[in-house]
Design a protein around this ligand. Structure first.
Ligand code: MG
Ligand code: ZN
Length: 219
C-alpha cells in the first residue's frame, strides 16, 4: 500500500518535472543536494561573486522553515526565490514550478536550486533540472557515499567541500573518491573549500562549460 502511494507521488512529480524542463530549455539548471551544513549556500555565494558580470545566476532556495539562506544569496545581488517546504524534507517539481513563476528566466544564464539539506529523498525527485550535483563536506565523514549511494549515482558531479579542514579530520580523500567512482564511474569530482576559495576554479570552469553548451544547443 505504502509502495503504491509512493509510486503515485513520484509519477505525478515526473509529469510536473517534464513541464519545468520545457520551461527551462534555454536555461542550464543545477540541483544542489547535500546534508545540512555541507556548505551549499557558502559555495553559491562564492560562485555568484566569481561569475559576476559574466554569468547571471538565479537561485531557488529550498528551506524547511527559514529564509536565512535566501537572505545570504540576495546579499550577493542575485535573483532569489525562497521556497519553504513547511516541514517537508525535499523539494518537489510543483514547488519548483511555482518558484519559476517568480523568476525572470529570460534574464538568467544559470539557475541553481538549493535543495533542502538531506541526502536521502531529494535524489528521488526530478525537479526538471539538467544536472544534480552532490555536495559532501570533509567535516561530515567519508562514509556518506557508501551509505547514501542513490544521490551519488544520480549526480553528474560531486563537490567535496571544506578541503581546508582535511588536516583536522580522518577523511581519506583518495578512498572517498574511489568509493564515489565505484558508485558512479562517470561522475566529475571537484575538491573545494568554499570558505577559502581553494579548488573552486575547476568548479567555475565546469559551470561556464554547461552554460556554453546549452547556449549553443538551443541557440
Ligand atoms: Mg544552505
Ligand atoms: Zn523528503
Amino acid at each position: 500500500m505504502k509502495v503504491v502511494m509512493a509510486q503515485k507521488i513520484l509519477r505525478a512529480n515526473e509529469q510536473v518535472a517534464r513541464e519545468n524542463r520545457e520551461r527551462l530549455k534555454h536555461l542550464p539548471t543545477v540541483n544542489l543536494i547535500s546534508s545540512p551544513g555541507a556548505g551549499k549556500t557558502t559555495l553559491l555565494e562564492r560562485t555568484i561573486q566569481a561569475l559576476r558580470g559574466e554569468v547571471n545566476v538565479g537561485v531557488i532556495e529550498g528551506d524547511i522553515y527559514t529564509t536565512r539562506d535566501a537572505e545570504r544569496i540576495a546579499g550577493q545581488g542575485a535573483a532569489v526565490v525562497q521556497v519553504n517546504t513547511a516541514g517537508l524534507c525535499h523539494l518537489d517539481a510543483n514547488m519548483v514550478g511555482r518558484a519559476l513563476d517568480q523568476l525572470d528566466l529570460a534574464g538568467l544564464d544559470l539557475l541553481f536550486i538549493e535543495n533542502v539539506g538531506n541526502l536521502v529523498c531529494p535524489a528521488e525527485f526530478d525537479l526538471g533540472e539538467d544536472y544534480k550535483v552532490a555536495l559532501l563536506s570533509v567535516a561530515e565523514g567519508g562514509d556518506k557515499p557508501v551509505k547514501y549511494p542513490l544521490v551519488f549515482r544520480e549526480s553528474q558531479a560531486v563537490v567535496i567541500n571544506k578541503s581546508d579542514l582535511l588536516a583536522y579530520t580522518d577523511f581519506d580523500i583518495n578512498k572517498v573518491q574511489e568509493e564515489i567512482r565505484t558508485i558512479n564511474p562517470d561522475i566529475l569530482i571537484f575538491v573545494t573549500s568554499a570558505a577559502t576559495g581553494e579548488g573552486t576554479e575547476g568548479w567555475y570552469a565546469w559551470l561556464r562549460e554547461i552554460v556554453r553548451k546549452k547556449r549553443s544547443a538551443t541557440g
